[in-house]
Design a protein around this ligand. Structure first.
Ligand code: NAD
Length: 260
């Protein structure tokens, strides 16, 4: 299995898990597109990864909820590098509130980034993948694709939704050699999670230490955070796996928080 010279688009790759996946792909010789909201942040990540080699990276600015920006960004990739082999739909945010106080605008914003973003980027890549007769699409789910937690109504709804999207895509894409899978990480210490620790402490009325030890890691087998590298390794497996044998699946990487 190798990603050498494969064109791999990773959304939300200026930070956190997306950045780790891009780094893993470049380390295997891939040509990686760093998609993020701000061009300067994406460019900085792309320059660093190109310097690291042996693959290389380019930056594309895109808000994944904006259809025109998504289509323009994907066109740019095809113009520059001629094809698309892998899409990792990873861009995401977290917004926590008890349901009775959840602002409708926050609900719509979260669903749009996770679900519209996954749909629009997939839709824009598929014609290129179908034309080539191959491709792999990976959606960044979560343990919250399988489990629920208080305060996370929008996030849990969105992450469950991605399982459905991947299953439909695996059925539609099979005849074209296109595969779809979901990665479901437990808690990973990224800016998205760092922000939640004080927010959850406030909303649940407990200390930040209790949020980490009980809410985030309480159900793991060893009270460990999942790492960016752990998730990137799974993203490598799904991207490089060479046949339709591995499609329509969701793989939980969470220190045993969720077992299926
Ligand atoms: P992060 O905040 O470090 O990175 C998210 C990136 O997405 C940022 O660079 C941000 O600018 C980008 N982004 C946000 N909205 C965007 C938009 N509309 N268009 C383009 N880019 C946008 O977060 P992370 O923890 O690395 O999360 C990445 C993904 O992993 C998310 O889908 C998240 O739900 C998922 N996830 C994270 C964890 C965790 O514990 N950190 C666990 C399970 C799943």
């Amino acid at each position: 299995m190798t990603l050498k010279d494969k064109v791999c688009i990773v959304t939300g790759a200026a930070s956190g898990i997306g950045h780790g996946i891009a780094k893993r792909y470049v380390a295997d010789g891939a040509k990686v597109v760093i998609v993020d909201l701000k061009l300067d942040a994406a460019q900085k990540a792309a320059d660093e990864l190109t310097a690291q080699g042996p693959g290389r990276a380019m930056a594309v600015q895109m808000d994944v909820t904006d259809e025109a920006q998504v289509n323009a960004g994907i066109d740019k990739v095809v113009k520059e590098w001629g094809r698309i082999d892998v899409l990792v739909s990873n861009a995401g945010v977290q917004i926590v509130h008890p349901m009775e106080k959840f602002p409708f605008s926050d609900w719509k914003k979260l669903l749009s980034i996770h679900l519209d973003g996954a749909f629009l980027t997939t839709k824009a890549c598929l014609p290129h993948m179908y034309k080539a007769g191959s491709g792999t699409i990976i959606f960044m789910g979560s343990v919250h694709s399988k489990e629920a937690s208080p305060l996370k109504s929008a996030y849990v709804t969105a992450k469950h939704g991605l399982l459905g999207l991947a299953r439909v895509l695996s059925k539609e894409g099979a005849a074209h050699g296109v595969r779809a899978n979901v990665i479901c990480p437990g808690f990973v210490k990224t800016p998205l999670v760092e922000k939640q620790i004080p927010e959850q402490a406030r909303d649940l009325g407990i200390s930040e230490e209790e949020v980490v030890n009980h809410v985030m890691l309480g159900d793991t087998v060893d009270q460990q955070f999942t790492t960016i590298e752990d998730v990137a390794e799974v993203a490598y497996l799904f991207a490089a796996f060479p046949t339709n044998a591995l499609t329509g699946q969701s793989l939980v990487v969470s220190h045993g928080w969720y077992m299926n």
